[in-house]
Design a protein around this ligand. Structure first.
Ligand SMILES: [Zn+2]
Length: 297
């Protein structure tokens, strides 16, 4: 979930601006795990006074590797064999509100999700701020009584229970795609997103997206949230299995090519393995302490 200058739909996913990409899956895994770009690291060492040598550094080719038009993965590591032959038949409309930074990540899961679903049932809106003027379609969706937004919190109902009790069967669900702080910013700074009924997942499944660090053991990636939520709304577990298959294949491929399993921040903190110093900011420190003291489910 990330900031979007303008709203776009999943049909536009194939038209992303070129982003610097690494050349091998191994490199891709490293990049995803947060390795600093070479130039940034050198910049710190040499200081601003002697940047001349930097001109001699090899420049990453700007042309992207050819991408598969269906799964948006580089063609050599296309995940289409793990996608359903035909898009899944669902009646729920899914809106992914994606932070713009998420769009340029090397290992994105939303294109995989979109590739499994009918185009008219999965819309991706990219941006940080949404309003009636900027996105009348999303605005209308937020005002409909059958629309839910998946965002955890004290106000949020358990989706499974809500579905059983609700007099109006939900027709649409909105999921925010981004880091936890980006999602929080999008949820709280857009009054539109306070209109739909807020729901959360009380699922016991652990994230299988093991190559990207999640804050806690129970945090799920956007694709996993969508898989669980849609299987509840459609009352069909096959949906969850089918949507998770390409994610499992992606992780298994990356792990075979040098990516590391990214344990959750919660796991690292609780086991004294957190590699960075604790934050000085009191609010951030309190959050880390809460993570450490949280009870595992
Ligand atoms: Zn493909």
């Amino acid at each position: 979930m990330e900031p979007q200058k303008e709203a776009r739909t999943c049909r536009d996913l194939g038209e992303r601006p070129p982003a610097a990409k690494s050349q091998t899956p191994k490199e891709e895994g490293r990049r995803e795990s947060g390795a600093a770009p070479v130039v940034a690291a050198l910049g710190e060492e040499v200081g601003s006074a002697s940047v001349e040598g930097l001109w001699d550094l090899p420049v990453e080719p700007s042309d992207r590797r050819p991408e598969c038009s269906r799964c948006s993965r580089p063609q050599k590591v296309c995940l289409c064999p793990f996608l359903p032959v035909h898009p899944l038949h669902i009646s729920t409309h899914l809106y992914i509100v994606q932070h713009p930074a998420e769009e340029s990540r090397v290992l994105r899961t939303v294109p995989l999700l979109a590739a499994c679903l009918p185009q008219d049932k999965c819309r991706v809106k990219i941006g940080r701020r949404f309003s009636e003027e900027r996105d009348p379609e999303l605005s209308m969706v937020c005002r409909k009584s059958g629309t839910l937004i998946l965002y955890p919190g004290a106000e949020a109902a358990n989706l499974e229970e809500f579905v059983l009790d609700s007099p109006i069967y939900p027709s649409t669900i909105i999921i925010i795609d981004g880091t936890w702080s980006q999602a929080k910013d999008i949820f709280y700074k857009n009054s539109l997103f306070r209109l739909p009924k807020q729901v959360q997942l009380k699922s016991s499944i652990s994230s299988q997206y093991v190559i990207r660090m999640q804050p806690t053991n129970r945090c799920l990636s956007t694709l996993e949230c969508a898989a669980v939520a849609l299987s509840i709304l459609e009352k069909n577990n096959y949906i969850q299995e089918t949507l998770l298959r390409p994610l499992q294949a992606l992780c298994s491929f990356q792990l075979q090519h040098g990516a590391r399993i990214r344990l959750s921040k919660e796991h690292l903190l609780k086991n004294g393995l957190y590699p960075k110093s604790m934050p000085k900011n009191k609010r951030k420190l309190r959050k880390m302490e809460l993570l450490m003291s949280s009870v595992k489910i």
